[in-house]
Ligand binder design. Structure first.
Ligand SMILES: [Ca+2]
Length: 183
């Protein structure tokens, strides 16, 4: 009888642990996007504090440094819809129709937090990146187009395809509010 109740207690603990493990997965699998940092959930508003990518959308995956982000963006995304390539990888993986087109940064000279994307963003406020971008790298030969307003409205800025722009200039600094790839 003692052994039996103990085994039920073990089952109970296992079930509790399992439900804790499954809870964040369930949230992340919803249609709306969710963000993680080193695998643990964070609010979308904190995405702009880390180094993130959206190759596993709807999950936005964040890390503490760019190298960890870049590695995960290429090799760690198995079920992502948009697996892309980064220039520094000599043997690029080309498995999906869409790929990353830009990495943008909080500060000039590619400093501060960063974000690598394969998607159009009609409102950067959603991920905490409105009016804070100061530099960017166009990757995979692509060409982001930046907009002052949400919904691809207002003043626009565009540089050459594949351009690395260490500072977007006084006129554009901290103004980008939406972006999409328009080669
Ligand atoms: Ca703006």
């Amino acid at each position: 009888m003692v052994a039996r109740s103990r085994s039920w207690a073990v089952y109970g603990l296992l079930l509790a642990a399992l439900s804790l493990l499954l809870a964040p997965l369930a949230i992340g699998s919803q249609a709306s996007s969710a963000a993680t940092r080193n695998g643990a959930q964070i609010p979308l508003s904190e995405v702009s504090r880390h180094h993130c990518h959206d190759g596993a959308y709807p999950e936005i995956r964040c890390f503490d440094d760019e190298e960890s982000r870049d590695t995960d963006a290429v090799t760690g995304v198995e079920q992502g819809k948009a697996v892309g390539t980064v220039e520094k990888f000599l043997a690029p993986v080309a498995r999906a129709s869409s790929s990353y087109y830009v990495v943008w940064y909080e500060h000039s000279n590619y400093g501060g937090a960063s974000y690598m994307t394969a998607f159009s963003h009609s409102d950067l406020t959603a991920i905490g990146w409105n009016d804070v971008i100061s530099s960017f790298k166009s990757i995979n030969g692509q060409r982001p187009k930046w907009y002052d307003g949400a919904g691809y409205s207002g003043d626009t800025w565009q540089w050459a395809a594949g351009a690395w722009v260490s500072y977007v200039g006084n006129n554009a600094n901290d103004r980008f509010s939406s972006v999409r790839n328009l080669p």
